[in-house]
Design a protein around this ligand. Structure first.
Ligand code: ADP
Ligand code: ADP
Length: 236
């Protein structure tokens, strides 16, 4: 198991946004988290990836305890939290590329800074990932010269360059029109075929149905249903 979360609670301004959320993600599994706007999907993802602190709960990522408020352990020390960050890749809705860096530099710098590997090795890896994303010919372009779908594929390449064991997506297609959404779906499907472990927050039901092994349906801070896409959506 790569991710195990138990009874996560989170409040904002005395309003419960996550109410005892528990979930598990196995190695190689693709889990989609769906639900209406405001149901707590983003907050859950942010809590699982250290972008937000839980009020209570236990979260274990790749055999490291990130937080356990129930045993009195609290949050792990910075060294462990950093180790966990290295296991985790993140892809956001708005791509989050550095606008003043070329595509290639966006992917190379991440590796040099985060993994501390040398520039040439990083460049080789970046180029092979660009090849895989079908964007080898855009290596010297700047993000603003690319379509949203291309920028998102660069963001995915950058995340993959850091060799994560688990990849989180927060609404990866919501800034894209339907055609470009299809492009990203294709990339995610090919990652799934390579058994990449992924957790994907999305409001796109068809996308979730298409790509996920398991779908978690959230509403008002609770998991109301989870199962295979057929179980959750019906098999019609
Ligand atoms: P979803 O991703 O399902 O749309 P969110 O997790 O973004 O839901 O939001 C769940 C609820 O928590 C919403 O009511 C939202 O306004 C609130 N919320 C999220 N982040 C914050 C924050 N930083 N401060 C206060 N309220 C927040
Ligand atoms: P998403 O649903 O994708 O998180 P939002 O527009 O709801 O998009 O939220 C964007 C950012 O604003 C998030 O970081 C979220 O935590 C924060 N946020 C959302 N609602 C509130 C709120 N009521 N007060 C403060 N911050 C909020």
């Amino acid at each position: 198991m790569l991710l195990k979360a138990e009874k996560i609670r989170k409040e904002f301004d005395n309003t419960s946004v996550l109410k005892d959320i528990s979930l598990e993600v196995n190695e190689g599994e693709v889990v989609a988290i769906i639900g209406p706007s405001g149901s707590g999907k983003s907050t859950l993802l942010r809590c699982l990836t250290q972008l937000e602190k839980v009020d209570s709960g236990r979260i274990e990522v790749c055999d490291n305890v990130m937080v356990d408020t129930y045993s009195g352990f609290g949050y792990a020390d910075n060294k462990t939290l950093h180790k966990i960050i290295l296991e985790v890749g993140l892809v956001f809705q708005n791509f989050n590329l550095f606008p003043h860096y070329s595509v290639l530099r966006n992917i190379v710098d991440a590796q040099v800074k985060v993994l501390g590997i040398d520039k040439n090795t990083a460049k080789e890896k970046a180029l092979s990932l660009l090849e895989k994303m079908n964007l080898r010919d855009r290596a010297n372009a700047y993000p603003c010269e690319l379509s949203g779908g291309q920028q998102q594929r660069i963001a995915i390449a950058r995340a993959l360059a850091l060799n994560p064991r688990i990849l989180f997506f927060d609404e990866p297609t919501s800034a894209l029109d339907p055609e470009l959404t299809g492009e990203i779906l294709k990339v995610i499907r090919s990652l799934a075929e390579e058994h990449m472990t992924m957790v994907i927050v999305t409001h796109e039901m068809a996308f979730a149905r298409d790509v996920a092994d398991r779908v978690i349906f959230m509403d008002e801070g609770v998991i109301v249903e989870q199962g295979t896409p057929d179980e959750v959506f019906g098999n019609t």
